[in-house]
Design a protein around this ligand. Structure first.
Ligand code: 5GP
Length: 194
């Protein structure tokens, strides 16, 4: 998505050799006009999938997920990272390891917000090693719901997340695909390869 790539080039900051900071429009300050365009793009890409629910994980997935929900006119559910001790039986829970933070988080959602009638689109801000998305896929399986696809805002193709998801034959669409970071600059995949 050209407008997103341009914004990444303008405002993104490469940290170290594998992290992109985009807190100017996605991860801290949020640009709602850009989010709305991304929501519409996700809708264009998945409109034939009969989506009934959008699923994401707090907190950075919420902004793009809500705008996708607006475009599809379906509810958005975000998995929470704090385990509720009292309501365990009422929750679907999975464990997500973060390579960036080197910690495991429990993510959970209330059983009342996902069931076997749902066809779910997962939305997340980044696809890196694929752990967050795999946790959400696990929750969808527990709920016996259908996974319709995965929509990612920024994919880092040089990390192993895409390979893991492709192995499971899941329909994935990323709005920006980064091939590499070279000397602090972002290099995107060629259109022909995306
Ligand atoms: P995963 O490795 O599970 O695919 O990514 C987990 C989460 O880490 C993503 O949802 C995202 O919130 C965060 N993340 C991974 N890579 C980056 C990055 O390069 N920049 C930022 N801002 N967040 C990232």
């Amino acid at each position: 998505m050209k407008i997103l790539e341009d914004r990444i080039l303008k405002d993104g900051q490469v940290l170290g050799h594998d992290v992109l900071k985009v807190d100017n429009f996605l991860n801290h300050q949020v640009d709602p006009m850009l989010m709305q365009q991304m929501g519409e793009e996700f809708h264009r890409l998945f409109k034939d999938e009969k989506i009934t629910k959008i699923l994401t994980v707090e907190s950075s997935g919420i902004a793009p997920a809500v705008f996708a929900g607006l475009a599809f006119k379906v509810p958005v559910v975000f998995a929470r990272k704090h385990k509720s001790v009292t309501l365990k039986d009422e929750l679907y829970t999975s464990v997500v390891y973060s390579y960036t933070k080197k910690v495991s988080n429990h993510i959970s959602i209330s059983k009342k917000f996902l069931n076997s009638d749902d066809r779910v689109l997962i939305i997340d801000d980044f696809l890196a090693n694929g752990q967050a998305v795999q946790g959400l896929v696990d929750i969808i399986k527990q709920a016996d719901a259908d996974l319709a696809g995965i929509g990612i805002v920024i994919e880092k193709t040089f990390q192993k997340g895409r390979e893991l998801i492709d192995k499971e034959g899941i329909h994935v669409e990323s709005l920006a695909r980064i091939k590499a970071f070279e000397d602090g600059k972002v290099i995107f995949m060629d259109e022909a390869n995306t």
